[in-house]
Design a protein around this ligand. Structure first.
Ligand SMILES: Cc1cc2nc3c(=O)[nH]c(=O)nc-3n(C[C@H](O)[C@H](O)[C@H](O)COP(=O)(O)OP(=O)(O)OC[C@H]3O[C@@H](n4cnc5c(N)ncnc54)[C@H](O)[C@@H]3O)c2cc1C
Ligand SMILES: NC(=O)c1ccc[n+]([C@@H]2O[C@H](COP(=O)([O-])OP(=O)(O)OC[C@H]3O[C@@H](n4cnc5c(N)ncnc54)[C@H](O)[C@@H]3O)[C@@H](O)[C@H]2O)c1
Length: 474
């Protein structure tokens, strides 16, 4: 079989050893060890390689980097630079980003289609017939000894602002990055991670941004962090909180967004109101698999899918479709766990125990977080306290003339364990990592700062000082 399948006993049914549905992190599963297995990878996206590569982490951060350069240049005035101006050649920015990404995506698809003799590609939607069998949109029936569900999630649509409406002027995160011209004004609906990243990015490029938020920005984060972030954001763009049920209408070239008592006229609208798991497009409820209330599949610690609370033999899931963390590093770790468990005996199964899960928000300023807030830690009965160290109290903070950035640690008093870290400021995504290392390896904050050198006067001194403060409080 040219695509790695054999025809089964039932007329027209193809049989494989492994079917992977979803070619984001799912596409990392096939391994040289599997060279004797017949494998199919199914994916129905208009691009290849999943959300992160094509419409998620990678292009957003490539664009954010350029927007940050421009903002930093403007910010130079404050530090004594003069006549710093910046003009964005948006098409050049966009084409550099997607010139790289599209090439990687296209060559990835080509390799998956014909690069390995035992692996084939099904480039269409598949739905479950039963836990071992799927049917494709074109009518192919595929039966597999093992199936990995890696179908990810998609942008949540809002009824008052349908994607693609008004000649494509209402965008999702899937389409906004490929626009031909930067708008003069944009409304961004949502207050979560994506909405905040796009608001900071467009604002950095000089677009007038109005962010319409149902509750507050970055709800659920440490409240001091969200308060401080909201204050910095409001200095740069228009943030309107507590507004709901946005509705977009067109008036010639102008899009009018009404949300609660707020009205804003703009050129483009971006809806970034969360993501829904793709289980509905897979028919996983119809075959009795267990789902969380939000539509994610239920898995056990070995990434095996459950039905009626029991393991479904041969069925695994990974990534956004099952995880409470919609993060690429989590999807990739789950793929590593699935790869180890796919063909393992029960006695050799590996559990997914990696913790804590950090993430970074590539806004301006950057944010990086893991673990609990103080309130959450106390609500769990932990005797915890928090310490804050401002960037502005370190030499690097003086260099930046920083007045807003900080590191907050949440520490358990008895053990000295780091139960949370909440950072807002330049390079937060990097600064959080030594804290992740300490928490992952179970190191107490006791002695941690003084057990190593910290290069002076690097930004990392703010972490060193926060750790010293925590030690004093123990
Ligand atoms: C704008 C944005 C920015 C982001 N930035 C970050 C970031 O900075 N850091 C980070 O860690 N995470 C980030 N994320 C999240 C990250 O992209 C996701 O967590 C990750 O890509 C999920 O990978 P996955 O393999 O689970 O799913 P996906 O990569 O979405 O892959 C699933 C694939 O399955 C296909 N599929 C679905 N249903 C079917 C079906 N029935 N049949 C066939 N194929 C199907 C889909 O078309 C898709 O190609 C971002 C997301 C967005 C939207
Ligand atoms: N840097 C990163 O790691 C990064 C960046 C972008 C996205 N992501 C991942 O992608 C996921 C999705 O991001 P997101 O920002 O779309 O989701 P989110 O869950 O972070 O935020 C959703 C926002 O939409 C709002 N919302 C939901 N329903 C609404 C409605 N009916 N009307 C108005 N507002 C509504 C919510 O109030 C919230 O502000 C995140 O969970 C995150 O893990 C990660």
């Amino acid at each position: 079989m040219s695509d790695g399948t054999t025809t089964g006993q039932d007329e027209g049914t193809e049989h494989v050893d492994l079917l992977v549905i979803g070619a984001g992190s799912g596409n990392t599963l096939p391994h040289p060890d599997h060279h004797e297995r017949r494998i199919l990878v199914a994916d129905d996206a208009p691009w290849f390689g999943g959300t992160c590569l094509n419409v998620g982490c990678i292009p957003t951060k490539m664009l954010v980097h350029v927007a940050d350069l421009l903002r930093d240049a403007r910010d130079g005035e404050r530090l004594g630079l003069r006549d710093v101006t910046g003009r964005v050649d948006w098409r050049a920015v966009r084409d550099r980003v997607f010139g790289r990404i599209d090439e990687i995506s296209t060559s990835g698809e080509e390799y998956r289609r014909s690069g390995e003799p035992n692996i084939g590609l099904v480039r269409e939607t598949v739905r479950f017939v039963d836990p071992r069998t799927v049917r494709s949109a074109s009518g192919r029936t595929i039966e597999a000894d093992r199936i990995v569900v890696a179908v990810g999630s998609r942008p949540r649509a809002l009824p008052g602002a349908p994607f693609g409406a008004f000649d494509g002027r209402v965008h999702s995160t899937d389409t906004i990055m490929r626009i031909d011209e930067l708008p003069r004004r944009i409304a961004i609906i949502g207050g979560g991670v994506s909405a905040c990243e796009f608001a900071a990015m467009f604002s950095g490029f000089g677009v007038e941004v109005t962010q319409l938020v149902r509750s507050s920005l970055l709800r659920g984060y440490d409240t001091e962090l969200t308060d401080r972030f909201t204050a910095v954001a409001r200095d740069e763009w228009d943030v309107r909180t507590g507004v709901s049920d946005p509705e977009v209408t067109a008036h010639g070239d102008v899009l009018r967004v009404r949300a609660g008592d707020e009205t804003v006229d703009v050129d483009l609208v971006l809806v970034a109101a969360g993501r829904v798991p793709n289980t509905d497009r897979l028919g996983s409820r119809e075959i009795g698999l267990d789902h969380h209330d939000d539509g994610r599949l239920v898995v056990d610690a070995y990434q095996r899918v459950l039905a009626g609370g029991e393991v479904v033999p041969g069925l695994f899931a990974l990534g956004d479709v099952d995880s409470p963390h919609q993060l690429k590093h989590v999807a990739n770790e789950e793929a590593r766990i699935v790869r180890q468990n796919l063909f393992a005996d029960d006695a050799d199964l590996v559990a997914n125990t990696l913790a804590p899960v950090p993430h970074a928000v590539f806004t301006h300023p950057q944010i990086a977080v893991f673990g609990r807030t103080l309130d959450a830690a106390r609500a769990e009965g932990l005797d915890a306290f928090e310490v804050v160290h401002e960037y502005g109290w370190t030499a690097w903070g003086w260099a930046l003339e920083d007045t807003t950035s900080f590191v907050k640690l949440v520490v358990e008093r008895g053990s000295g364990a780091l139960v949370g870290a909440h950072i807002m400021g330049p390079d937060a995504a990097i600064l959080v990592q030594p804290l992740v290392t300490a928490a992952s390896l179970g190191h107490s904050v006791r002695g941690l700062a003084r057990a190593q050198y910290w290069p002076h006067p690097a930004a990392s001194e703010v972490v060193e000082n926060a750790l010293l403060r925590a030690e004093e409080e123990l």
